[in-house]
Design a protein around this ligand. Sequence first.
Ligand code: FAD
Ligand code: NAD
Length: 466
Amino acid sequence: MKSYDVAIIGSGPGGYVAAIRCAQLGMKTAIIEKYATLGGTCLNVGCIPSKSLLDSSHHYEDAVKHFEAHGIEIPGEIKVNLEKMIGRKQAVVDQTTTGIDFLMTKNKIDVYHGLGAFKDSTHITISGDSKEEIEAKYSIIATGSKPTSLPFATVDKERIITSTEALKLKEIPKHLIIIGGGVIGLELGQVYKRLGSEVTVVEYMDRILPTMDAGLSKELNKVFRKQKFNINVSHKVTKVERNGAEVTVKAENKKGEIVEFKGDYCLVSVGRSPFTAGLNAESAGVKLTERGQVEVNEHLQTSTSNIYAIGDVVKGAMLAHKAEEEGVFVAETIAGQKPHIDYNLIPGVVYTWPEVASVGKTEEQLKEQGIAYKSGQFPMRALGRSRASMDLDGFVKILADQSTDEVLGVHMIGARCADLISEAVVAMEFRASAEDISRMSHAHPTFTEAIKEAALAATEDRALHI
Ligand code: FAD
Ligand code: NAD
């Protein structure tokens, strides 16, 4: 039987990054993955394929709607070849997952393909083509999550689908009904809206992206309505039925009335649930919470001291970069170091266009916590860069402590905000004040100037260009 310092179950961004860091720190490391390819949800059916389709559909929309204004004329009809678009997405996924194989080899990490299950706290069986058993001094559970299902909506993977199927459809839906106006619903909804589908979003809460700053929800809602999305908030879906090629979704609105939506596809995107099936966690003494997450302490250590857990399978945001930070954190903890993660400074990004990005506290949280704050906001449309690229929607909002001016939250919506948010993360990591940001030079013309202007507005209400 092979023996390891660390065995990691699950090869998503949490697991494979943990494996690399363990190997870098000199530990003999194994990683176990039940699927044929490494990379987990993120690389195979999550972040990477969804961004590939968002990029392809964005190019198509630009060609159809915006090229002409830029003086670019394309003779003849511009058409979508969905099969080719999905094929390109798959090529990007394949290239990316193969890259993880390379990283495992480079770092001398043993890769096992098969379902990993605890026999006890130091032994794991792997059921793949054959059955194997390994011994590990420490283990890291990084088994991720799966789409949450609704008891009244049977996902048949044909017409009633999850994000996994939505990433490989064979036709463009005529009318896609999306249950859940969260991140997946809006990103994939925009893909198919751009490709020509009618898109209806049915959201339970009173706004889309309900966990983000309300100002962002309002602005994205406005832009999406301009793009002719049919958005229904405060609608609780209670029934989903399929009849041949027709799907009917019934929801209860605020007044208690039942509203009916009919389409040809229904995407169920109401969140994701921790995945521990087949892991046999109880044999190792690992406890789960009521919500099915692996229970961990502040060191991400489970109820069994030599077993840790990271990523989507534990509490916190279900984000690839959060899983990665936790992977590094646990590897360094096992190596005897004292790492730290500031969860408040893990940014959240929605890759629609305009992009939506946030870090730190929202206005709603500051109010709830009774923290006195000031706010500075600057509209993207006032920037020269925005006019040059015709990306006029959105704003940057900076929330700073009323008395100390320390930046407490940054919320932005607009072109390239997914990348712009990093400046806010750096500033907040170094506990910058709004004035600190306002006194730094920002290249002209760039979208980053909106951050400087919002900081000026927050400090002394003296934005320069509005
Ligand atoms: P996962 O990536 O889920 O990996 C877990 C792995 O463990 C899987 O490969 C699974 O097969 C394996 N496994 C499970 N049980 C066993 C077992 N017993 N034995 C062996 N292997 C096992 N996040 C972002 O930050 N940015 C994005 O843009 C983004 N886009 C997304 C788009 C979509 C459509 C979806 C669905 C998710 C997206 N996410 C995004 C979320 C992101 O994918 C997850 O937060 C991230 O993958 C979590 O990483 P993880 O390592 O915890 O788990
Ligand atoms: P989500 O939590 O973002 O959104 C789910 C939405 O469904 C919520 O707004 C919720 O109110 C709504 N809902 C729940 N039950 C409902 C019902 N019966 N009727 C109507 N609406 C209902 O979840 P998601 O969009 O499925 O995404 C899952 C996870 O994947 C998220 O945690 C997210 O962090 C991650 N993800 C991240 C990215 C990114 O970082 N860009 C992209 C995709 C997914």
